[in-house]
Design a protein around this ligand. Structure first.
Ligand SMILES: Cc1cc2nc3c(=O)[nH]c(=O)nc-3n(C[C@H](O)[C@H](O)[C@H](O)COP(=O)(O)O)c2cc1C
Ligand code: SF4
Ligand code: SF4
Length: 322
């Protein structure tokens, strides 16, 4: 029995969950391979009996994971599971993602989500979900791996297992509408990103080319491309990964962070506190930081002013023994 876990992760939260699910799956008898999305090809899935797909929540699946899933051929009932990590607004992920996986032909056996710390330039640092995923979350990811592994094994052995129905969105539209109204939509709250070709070190450096979430930065093309439209990235669902990774600050937002930050800070904070307090009261969220200690006056970009703000994740330990 062979399982493949495919994940996308920028700051490591979803990668940590993927590795713990791997360990849990192994205890239920599975041989497991963990694969970062950019190293995964559609035909790889043919060699496995169970597929796990995980990403951070960016409203729903990250757009690169969505593109991958939608490019897959019919999976003809292949068992699968879904997982994610997220900040304050997880509600739409599974109601949108599970039907999409089902439309691709997967039999979705189970799904699970964990809170994760959030690194968005104009959002508070530390953020409300600071500290997640912690040891408790990761133990839970391990248990999830074990249980979905047991279920998938039973299915493969011809036993009856209950296949859950796709969840309905229960907190939408309140959360989605409030966020869209307050944060200006899920696209780039800070406007487009632009590249300063004079500062850029290409071809000596190609970090953004190698790591662009959507794989569309190409400075070697006849018309060099940063983003989907020439020198502006306007199709990235709020992603600023290239800006985070650039070692010399050659990528910057069209609207300076100083100008955009009050939107995220002032309007977002009340919404985030309300949503998380409700989740906490319902036992879905554990606060690991007092909300008074959240960096409402210190957005992420100001706490990490030096470039690069982030480094690409290493995948070296994705397949080492637990
Ligand atoms: C561009 C972007 C959009 C995001 N959108 C959401 C969202 O809609 N809902 C939410 O709960 N968290 C959102 N987050 C927070 C991430 O889902 C969360 O930080 C996640 O744990 C990051 O996972 P990673 O470390 O694997 O990249 C967003 C983060 C980024 C960078
Ligand atoms: S913001 Fe940067 S990394 Fe993200 S999709 Fe656009 S060009 Fe790629
Ligand atoms: S990461 Fe920065 S310096 Fe490197 S190629 Fe991209 S824009 Fe140029």
């Amino acid at each position: 029995m062979k399982a493949l876990i495919i994940y996308y992760s920028q700051t490591g939260n979803t990668q940590k969950a993927a590795r713990k699910i791997r360990d849990g799956l192994k205890t239920s008898g599975w041989e497991v391979y963990v694969s970062a999305l950019k190293d995964t090809k559609a035909e790889d899935l043919d060699n496995y009996d169970l597929i796990g797909l995980g990403s951070p929540i960016w409203y729903e699946m990250t757009p690169n994971m969505r593109r991958f899933v939608e490019s897959l051929p019919d999976q003809k009932g292949k068992p699968a599971f879904s997982f994610c990590t997220h900040g304050t607004m997880p509600d739409l992920y599974f109601p949108l993602v599970i039907p999409r996986l089902q439309r691709t032909g997967f039999t979705v056996l189970d799904w699970a989500a964990w809170y994760g710390d959030c690194s968005i330039q104009i959002f508070p640092e530390p953020y409300y979900t600071h500290g997640h995923p912690d040891a408790v979350d990761l133990q839970n990811a391990f248990e999830f791996g074990r249980s979905v592994g047991e279920k998938a094994a039973a299915l493969l052995h011809g036993e009856h297992v209950d296949i859950p129905e796709a969840p309905m969105p229960d907190m939408m539209p309140m959360h989605a509408n409030a966020a869209i109204e307050h944060l200006g939509g899920f696209h780039n709250v800070h406007g487009k990103l632009v590249r300063d070709a004079d500062k850029c070190l290409y071809p000596k450096c190609h970090i953004c080319v190698d790591n662009c979430t959507m794989g569309y930065i190409d400075y070697a093309a006849e018309t060099p491309r940063f983003g989907s439209q020439g020198d502006c990235c306007d199709d990235c669902h709020g992603c600023t990964y290239c800006e985070m990774l650039c070692p010399v600050g050659a990528i910057h937002p069209e609207i300076p962070y100083e100008q955009a930050a009050p939107v995220g800070q002032d309007h977002g904070s009340q919404l985030f506190c309300t949503v998380l307090s409700k989740a906490e009261a319902e036992g879905r969220f554990r606060r690991l930081i007092n909300f008074e200690d959240v960096g409402t006056k210190t957005p992420f970009y100001s706490v990490y002013p030096k470039h690069p703000r982030l480094r690409p994740l290493s995948t070296k330990e994705d397949n080492t023994e637990a």
